[in-house]
Structure formats: C-alpha cells, structure tokens
Ligand binder design. Sequence first.
Ligand SMILES: Cc1ncc(COP(=O)(O)O)c(C=O)c1O
Length: 368
Amino acid sequence: MKFKIPFLDLARFPEELKNSLREKFSEMLDKGLFSGGNEVFKFENKLALYQKTPFAVACANGTDALEIALRVLKIGQGDEVIVPAISWVSTAEAVCLVGAKPIFIDVDLSGLMDISKLDLVITSRTKAIIPVHLYGQMVDMPSIMQFVKNKPIKVIEDAAQAFGSHLKGRPAGTWGDIGCLSFYPSKNLGALGEAGALISQNPTFETELRAYINHGQLLRDEHFLVGKNARMDSLQASFLNVLFECFEEWQQNRSYLAEVYWESLKDMAWLNLPRKTLNGTYNFHLFTIQTAFRNQLKDFLNNAGIQSIIHYPTPIPKMKPYFDSITYPNAERICNEILSLPLNPWLTENEVNYICEVIKKFNPNLSS
Ligand SMILES: Cc1ncc(COP(=O)(O)O)c(C=O)c1O
C-alpha cells in the first residue's frame, strides 16, 4: 500500500546529502578499500567524542554489540540476565546466543524496565542487567547503578534506540559497564545498511571488544580468543561520517515536530502521550501514543493514508522461543495499546498537523 504519509521514507534525504553520499561512494570505490581503514577509525573517534567515552568500537550491528558485550563480561552458560519484557527481540536473543538465560521483568507504563521489581527476580545466578532505553526514553540509570553497587552484577545498556539521549548530561550507553548502539537505517543516526557500536567508560574493555569483533585477533593471524566477524563495513563507516554531520540539525527537526504533536494532542482524553518525552532526556526516536482504541485508530489512520507502526505487538516472554508462563500486566497492556506515529527529520510540519487533525476526527465512541 502506498501511503500519503509513510512512517519513514529514507528516499526523502535532501538531494544535496544524496550527492555527498554518492561522492563518498565514488571515493571509496576509487580507493578500493572495503574493510577497516581510515573511515572506520574516523567514525569511532567521532563517536567517542560525542559520547564522551575514552573509546568506541564500531561493529556490524546492534545485536552483535549486545552479544559481544555479554561475552566480554564473561556471561554465558548457567548465568541469568535480567531484561525488560518489552524490547526489540535482540535484547533477549543476544542473551540466549551466549548460552545464558533471559529473566524477564515487567515494564512501567512508559515501556521501561520497572526497576522496583529487580529485587523480585534477582538470584545468585544473576550476572547482568540489560536496561533498554526504549523509544529513546532513558531508564533511570542512577537507580540501576545504585542497585548493582557492591553486587557481582554487570550492566549492559541497550542504547540501540537512544543515540542522542542524555540523562544528567551523560549520554545513553555510558552509564553501565558497556553500552550498545545500533545505526540501523531507521535509527536517529542510521547507516545505509547494518551498523552498530560498543562504548564504555572503562578502557580495559577495549582490547577484548576489538578482538571479539575481529575473529579474536588484534593483529592478523594472531588469534587469542574465539571471536566472530562483526566488523563494521568501511562503506557504512564512510556513509555514517557524512550523515553524522547532519545529526544535530535532524535532532532539532525531530524535537520541533514532537512538540507540534504534543501541543496539538495533549487534550485528547482517550489518548496517552509519551510523558517521558518531557523530562529532557529523550532523543525523539519514536513518538509512541497509547490508547485502548489502538487497532481502530491504526485503521483510521491507514484509511487517511497515514502509516503507523506498533513497537511492539508481543512481549518477548510471550514469543515462542522465549516463552514463560508469568504474566507481565504492563507489558501486555502496552503491547495492546501502543502506536508509533511518524516522527522523522524529513516530515513536514504540515504533515504532522494533518496527522493530528485526522486523530482529532477519530471518535473512539464509534469504534468497536
Ligand atoms: C532496543 C534494540 N535493541 C537492539 C537492536 C538491535 O540492533 P540491530 O538491528 O542493529 O542489530 C535494536 C534494533 O532495532 C533495538 O531497537
């Protein structure tokens, strides 16, 4: 179906930017360098500067970043890792990939891990917690760090959706032991393909992180651990270096449009707006509303040519590979009520106004 307003249309990159990317591609083609090299180092340096970390390790995608963070922190068979019941599946998937067991915890009504429930799930096997900064809203990291203080529990931040989010001036991904980022094309800073990164305030992790993403070697043919091929592609690094230049301007566009949504929709009694987006920590990644009439509203928007997306329809512990029989009331409610409206730097104010007008015309009393 062709939407009048698609959720995200990356073909809307401005022509000038497309030309810069084409030029970069030609440059890389002429250099003939497609793995490693200067563009990857350049991106890592820019990233470390932006994230205020001593180093950043570029990698193939956010899922590999999570798996490698777990491996570097020596988490595996027999260990338990606490993860929120709502996230993109990678958060739990990575835990299973290293042979550990994901222990799910319910979320609050914003979709973030409910920290007050940590005490209920912690056991002697708990080796890590993975808070997820869902939709770009930040988890209360000071409380998590306080919780693990003096406990043998590591914290891996899943900041895949939170590049550009800050709490108390400190970027998402820099609070825990290791932070994992994704530069999947739909993210606030997205590559033209798959890409991710690992960051940490602890410089002692750098060597192993670099080895894990590169078959367990730092120097060619000197393999000292079992790693994998999770290197960032040179082309993606080169595109990210071009796209990084636009990031701040895009963030401003996102912030402005989120404000337009807020102003226009704040008085709709049947609709909950994302409250955590007001606390100054949010990177405007997804604008998620909640309503008991979600499915009807989604159809109504569809009929008006507006694409909306459900992030996510099923709590992870209710998916077959991760199933448990525990109930997660908030996660289940959110999965039934959440709806992400289009929010991206290439959307116009008129389009957001149109989306809001359509929402205001929706009558929940008439929907069944
Ligand atoms: C919360 C979360 N974690 C992990 C990932 C995995 O990132 P990637 O798609 O780059 O593997 C994503 C990506 O969508 C995500 O949203």
